[in-house]
Write a protein of this length. Structure first.
Length: 252
């Protein structure tokens, strides 16, 4: 589908060209065209019998730290091999057309930063970082890689283990990131919701917050979600296709 032509609905470009502040919320579907599986697609091969909700939780890590660590190692190995796609690049180009364009992402893969987006808020942490399971303190990656156990013991706490620096189901989001995301959602002129199933809270509430605050909401997702009927524009397209088309039609 990447490279296909998408017809932009009437009014979308004029709404965007009149905007000063833009919030772009992205989910796992934003990274799909780079080759990072979404949560629903990630359960292939070795991991097919596990649901993400059973692996990405503090309880799962407590029960079987090695299994959870190995699942994340597998995802990390995949992520270091991939690159941003045309949709990530389009978001970087779009920055120059607005007073402010902030990307609020649920993704943990750094693809927005790699593409060159300058204002990225990570709601769910970053998979390349590891933290102490007891204190939450960051663990030095070079030291970690010199350890042979899976997962290594934490250098910060005698009972701690190294764990992925991501937010698991049932855990709170980093307060600073969530406060910034909510402030942007309440004050933006246009809010994009791209490649997210709108199921994982509290991130899923951000486009609705923007809607209630009077923003124009544009969803990009090949599959309808609970936001599709509420959004002003719902583009059933992939992120790369739709964002490329939008960036091409922006005017200074
Ligand atoms: P999700 O897996 O629940 O849903 C993905 C959504 O993307 C679906 O609605 C799907 O229709 C859509 N999609 C698929 N391909 C697309 C494309 N090419 N363009 C646009 N949309 C596309 O993901 P979610 O809603 O982001 O939430 C699940 C959780 O998954 C989040 O907490 C997130 O942190 C985590 N996650 C992150 C990554 C990553 O960092 N790349 C990958 C998997 C899961």
């Amino acid at each position: 589908m990447n490279g296909a032509i998408v017809k932009l609905p009437d009014g979308l470009m004029s709404d965007l060209n009149n905007a000063d502040r833009v919030l772009v919320l992205t989910g796992a579907g934003m990274s799909a065209e780079s080759g990072v599986p979404t949560f629903r697609d990630a359960q292939k091969g070795l991991w097919a019998k596990h649901r993400p909700e059973d692996l990405a939780t503090p309880q799962a890590f407590k029960r079987n730290p090695q299994m959870v660590w190995d699942w994340y190692e597998d995802r990390r190995r995949n992520i270091v091999k991939v690159s941003p796609h045309a949709g990530h690049a389009a978001l970087v180009v779009m920055e120059q057309y607005f007073e402010r364009l902030v990307v609020v992402t649920q993704n943990v893969d750094s693809l927005h930063q790699l593409a060159g987006s300058t204002d990225v808020v990570e709601l769910h942490g970053n998979i390349m970082r590891s933290i102490c399971s007891e204190t939450g303190k960051l663990i030095d990656e070079q030291w970690l890689r010199s350890q042979s156990s899976h997962p290594p013991a934490s250098p910060h706490h005698p009972d701690g283990l190294a764990r992925p620096g991501v937010v698991w189901f049932g855990e709170s989001l980093p307060q600073i990131a969530m406060d910034r995301a909510m402030a942007e959602a309440s004050s933006c002129d246009v809010c994009f919701s791209i490649g997210t199933s709108t199921l994982v809270q509290p991130a899923a509430s951000l486009p609705f917050l923007a809607l209630n605050a009077g923003a124009t909401v544009i969803e990009i997702n090949p599959t309808p979600t609970s936001l599709s009927r509420e959004a002003h524009y719902s583009l059933q397209s992939t992120a790369a296709t739709a964002l490329t088309a939008i960036a091409e039609h922006l005017t200074a």
